[in-house]
Design a protein around this ligand. Structure first.
Ligand code: HEM
Length: 419
């Protein structure tokens, strides 16, 4: 951060003690004048920049500050609440102010604290919506990204990385507008569904009038009691072959952007993929296994016995047939040669109103240093993937997720410094 920038907002920083005083004043004022939540937050001092530290004592806590945002190389949690947002602000200054406001709130949420201190004044809406009270931090991670549409909207087209463009149309896509695109995203993952939801709900509430939710999706992963890879709704272990989140050198090759204002950030691709469970459930186990190229129970590649056994997609049996069929999902994904970090969650959202079938599937999420990596894999799956018989891609979005925040800085600062 440059000295002048630092000055600009350090001047605005207030201590926690002053903040509490302000809160008291604000509450008194609100009772007289302000009506909405925006007024409450303003009076409570949240339009000024407050530095909140990562708690050193909170249980099940993921750190907010660091080189990268949380929720990318963080161990996968049990739950996600993913929201794609439309911005209502019309200037970059307003967006910057919003990110400054969100930063301390995000730290507090990830500490498992309330968004703001409780007020005893019952005549105003409470600062925090309250449903996470008594739940601990639950390994909450919050990842924020910006979509391609944001840059044109706010006169920042010159700062839009060339890689950040809407994904191309893929052959079997049946995308619905209501699950596609977005100016911003918030990915909240936690080991408790209510903690994840609470995070998005409160960040959006604190941004009242500045953003609105375009589409959102809750999801879950269920881990075996003894640990290991969770199964998706087709009952196959999902997430076996992935870059190790502990191998920073490999992540530098696959996940982290290494240039421009996004350096240290990553591109997030989200695909809402409906899985036709009824059709799948009528399919023989043999065909199911041929669909993925893996054994269902062990998760091992076909012809092998253990989940993490190595395999060669070109290997053939005595009849000259591929052991892992060349139309299987894993064969085609591997053949693409591209690598991505998958961080997906299952969803079950009632039934399709037109067919009565389960509205269930996978909120597929991958991180990569360039969306081209995802595109290469998806193109390889293309029309050939045997899994196409059982899935429909309904939603799609791509976001550039900011680098991590350093203590004393704020979310997205590098973007605004580049202006
Ligand atoms: C409903 C949608 C999907 C389901 C149910 C699904 C399921 C699976 C399963 C069970 C595996 C094997 C186990 C593993 O390594 O995790 C796998 C592997 C993989 N999938 Fe998917 N997948 C889906 C969509 C996608 C999409 C959209 C992409 C990217 C375009 C993708 C890319 C991959 C990759 C890269 C692998 C690892 C391949 C390797 O072994 O090298 N998947 N998927």
């Amino acid at each position: 951060m440059t000295a002048s920038n630092e000055e600009k907002w350090i001047n605005k920083k207030i201590s926690r003690r002053e903040m509490l005083k302000l809160t008291g004043m604000g509450v008194a004022g609100i009772a007289i004048g302000a009506s909405g939540f925006g007024g409450v937050m303003k009076a409570m001092g949240y339009d000024v920049f407050e530095t909140v530290e990562d708690s050193t004592t909170a249980k099940n806590k993921v750190n907010f500050y660091g080189k990268h945002q949380s929720g990318i190389s963080t161990p996968v949690q049990k739950n996600i609440y993913f929201a794609s947002l439309t911005v209502l602000v019309t200037s970059k200054e307003e967006l910057q102010a919003l990110f400054k406001k969100w930063t301390p709130l995000m730290v507090r949420l990830m500490n498992g604290e309330l968004m703001v201190d409780l007020t005893t004044n019952t005549r105003v809406p409470t600062g925090d919506t309250g449903e996470a009270e008594g739940l601990n931090a639950s390994n909450l991670s919050i990842t924020v990204g910006v979509g391609p549409s944001l840059f044109d909207k706010l006169g920042m087209a010159h700062l839009k990385p060339a890689e950040l463009a809407d994904l191309p149309h893929f052959p079997k896509d049946q995308l619905q507008k209501e699950y596609t695109g977005g100016d911003l995203c918030i990915q909240a993952c936690a080991d408790d569904p209510q903690v994840a939801f609470h995070a998005v709900r409160n960040l959006v509430r604190a941004a009242s009038g500045k953003v609105e939710i375009k589409w959102s999706q809750a999801g879950f992963n269920s881990f075996p009691a003894e640990g290991g890879t969770p199964r998706n709704l087709f009952a196959f272990k999902d997430g076996t072959v992935n870059p190790s989140i502990k191998d920073e050198q490999d992540l530098n090759k696959v996940v982290w952007v290494d240039k421009g204002w996004l350096k240290g950030g990553s591109y997030l691709v989200a695909r809402k993929v409906q899985m036709h469970l009824e059709t799948w459930d009528r399919t023989s186990l043999k065909d199911q296994e041929a669909t993925f190229g893996r054994h269902r129970d062990s998760g091992a590649p076909l012809g092998k016995t253990k989940e993490f056994d190595d395999f060669d997609i070109e290997e053939k049996d005595s009849k000259g047939e591929y052991i892992m069929p060349d139309t299987s999902h894993v064969h085609l994904a591997r053949k693409s040669g591209a690598r991505i970090l998958r961080r997906s969650y299952s969803y079950a959202s009632g039934v399709m109103s037109n067919t009565g079938a389960h509205d269930a599937g996978l909120i597929f999420i991958s991180f990569q240093k360039d969306p081209a990596q995802f595109i290469t894999v998806q193109n390889s799956l293309g029309r050939l993937d045997k899994m196409n018989e059982y899935i429909t891609h309904r939603g799609s979005a791509v976001f550039a997720c900011f680098p991590g925040v350093q203590k004393g800085s704020y979310l997205g600062e590098a973007l605004f410094n580049a202006l």
